[in-house]
Ligand binder design. Structure first.
Ligand code: ATP
Ligand code: MG
Length: 565
């Protein structure tokens, strides 16, 4: 079924390129090789899901392979924790790189040799300009750059200085190795790009072996070439770097020539997708960590209860294009709801409890009713739920003095308790301050299972939990972390748009006992309340914690209706 749908959609521009390359014999061994190249300087976010699905998805579709390459050329910001989380998140999405796990740092020796060769051929030089001076010499989009006064050093001097850089004889920032290309090139990335810089930092994998590190525009294309990547797919901001990419892959002695293609990155309203900003939120404790359920990281949405299938569906609906745009958050939630609706186990949970006493129900009696695990899936079966004289219902499901149109419980009104009986409210108990502490009602024993012999109808149905057979648990009501569609659009500072109500904790919600069986990774629906999951970090068997994945309200459906879809 899924394949049929896939076949029905037109090819995207990357598929067209690949099919054309395959048809014209331009792919070595007819094997498509892509790569997903994250820099391990943070956790992956929702934007990365698009890149992962494109790269792994194309490899799958065309029976090729996709490499995982950790682009670890900035030891100051990189960390093993990030590497592990990246691998974990890709696996969670259901992709597997098999034995093709690579690190840019695997190629440091080869990159170094290529740099030496470039120096020997007069194609690279050691520059003493400071970063600031270099910027000034580089020129602008409208003005050509100027040659550095160090550009014409002799090959011998360049070799010696580069060796000294490698030996740690020069301080950080004092020297760089640059390609000698063209300071007047209309493309700024070709104005003698830096190939190496000095950095005294311990690298997560190579330790202290190096104190010079290769730059992205040098490392990335050559890594692609070494690995035999056929289609190097990245986001649009690298379009201007393509000439530098092509320069590097055409260095003498590099045998394989990969090609770079760019697609539009995924932007979603209300979300920030920049590892740098996400790191700021973590470091400054706006969230509890990279995997805080409010974070747009893969580990965050995972902990919040999103399914990998729903996110793959989401990025496939967004599609692959070359024009940047902003995707609506509600489309993402629509995909989450659509998937969870099919698979979430239904449970009754009372988040804001009000006691309901059935005066004519025998004290001490317990009845068990069969509750559907999922009305969308008959195969999902049922579970039993205990019914007793004292129950809890949601406080908002009762009104002492009903407003017009209120069909739930109020004195004299009859409603259905889901799966169980019809009840009619009789009176309330109040505390000294006049707050309602309990509602008394009577039940109709003939209405067992939700229908009566006389076929009378009721308008309201409430969910409920037995006061004696109950799991008391913490429930975390998560909402969007930012309250503006584009965080920071109004004031220039995204922190101004932090949603102060992004987390509301209910320390003790009352949930039917079946919930005690729920495990991390299970998809749940607390009926009428939303989708939930067991928190993977803080939940304990004796003190369970549930996270709200999303509410049940489907604003996207409304929006679609409005747009006439
Ligand atoms: P950030 O800007 O969030 O730090 P990045 O681009 O620096 O992200 P990398 O680790 O370098 O992150 O990205 C790995 C791959 O994921 C790259 O090919 C990059 O183009 C792609 N990618 C990053 N962000 C997005 C996004 N929002 N949508 C699609 N692809 C993305
Ligand atoms: Mg980056």
């Amino acid at each position: 079924m899924e394949n049929e749908i896939q076949e029905a959609r037109p090819l995207n521009f990357l598929e067209k390129i690949i099919e054309d390359d395959l048809a014209n014999g331009r792919v070595p061994n007819n094997t498509i090789v892509t790569r997903f190249p994250p820099e391990p300087n943070g956790y992956l976010h929702i934007g990365h899901i698009k890149s992962i699905c494109i790269n792994f998805g194309l490899a799958e579709k065309y029976h090729g392979r996709c490499h995982l390459r950790l682009d670890d050329t900035n030891p100051a910001k990189e960390d093993m924790e990030y590497i592990n989380s990246i691998k974990d998140d890709i696996r969670w999405l259901g992709f597997d790189w098999g034995k093709y796990e690579f690190y840019a740092s695997d190629y440091y020796d080869q990159l170094y040799e290529i740099a030496i060769r470039l120096i020997k051929e007069g194609k690279a030089y050691v520059d003493d300009l400071s970063a600031e001076e270099m910027k000034e010499y580089r020129g602008t989009l409208t003005q050509p750059g100027r040659n550095s006064p160090y550009r014409d050093r002799s090959i011998e001097e360049n070799l010696r200085l580069f060796e000294e850089m490698k030996e740690g004889m020069h301080p950080e920032g004092s020297k760089t190795l640059r390609a000698k290309i063209d300071m007047a090139s209309p493309n700024i990335n070709l104005r003698d790009p830096a190939l190496y810089r000095i950095k005294f930092a311990t690298h997560p994998r190579t330790g202290d072996k190096w104190c010079i590190y290769p730059m992205y525009d040098f490392t990335h294309p050559i890594s692609d070439a070494i690995e035999g990547i056929t289609h190097s797919i990245c986001t649009l901001e690298f379009e201007d770097h393509r000439p530098a990419y092509d320069w590097a892959t055409s260095i003498d002695g590099i045998e394989h020539t990969p090609h770079q293609y760019e697609f539009a990155r995924l932007n979603v309203t209300y979300l920030l997708m920049s590892k740098r900003r996400l790191l700021y939120l973590v470091n400054n404790k706006f969230v509890t960590g990279w995997d805080d359920p409010r974070m747009p990281t893969i580990s965050g949405i995972r902990r919040k209860g999103y399914s990998p299938e729903s996110m793959k569906d989401f990025v496939s609906r967004v599609g692959v294009a070359k024009v940047e745009g902003m995707v609506d958050y509600s489309l993402m939630e629509f995909c989450v709801r659509e998937d969870l609706n099919k698979r979430a186990k239904r449970l009754m949970a009372v988040l804001d409890p009000l006691k309901l006493v059935i005066d004519n129900y025998p004290e001490g009696q317990v009845e068990y009713f069969e509750a559907e695990n999922n009305p969308e899936d008959p195969e999902a079966g049922t579970h039993s739920v205990a019914f007793t004289r004292e129950l809890y219902i949601e406080r908002e499901d009762f009104m002492e003095t009903p407003v017009k149109g209120y069909h739930r419980l109020y004195p004299g009104n009859e409603i259905r308790l889901k799966y169980a009986y019809y009840v009619t409210a009789v009176k309330v108990d109040k505390d000294e301050d006049g707050n309602i502490v309990a509602v008394h009602c009577t039940y109709d024993p003939e209405s067992k299972g939700g229908t009566t012999p006389d076929g009378r109808k009721v308008k309201g149905t409430s969910h409920w939990v037995s006061a004696d057979h109950v799991l008391k648990a913490e429930v975390r009501q998560y909402d969007k972390l930012f309250k503006a569609e584009v965080p920071g659009a109004a004031t220039g500072n995204y922190l101004d748009d932090i949603n102060p109500d992004s987390l509301v904790v209910i320390p003790e919600a009352y949930i039917e006992l079946e919930a005690a069986k729920a495990k991390v990774g299970d998809y749940l629906q607390f009926i009428r309340n939303g989708y939930y999951c067991v928190d993977s970090k803080d939940s304990r068997p004796e003190a369970m914690v549930f996270n709200r994945t999303c509410t049940l309200k489907d604003s996207w459906a409304k929006q679609k209706k409005k747009m006439g879809l």
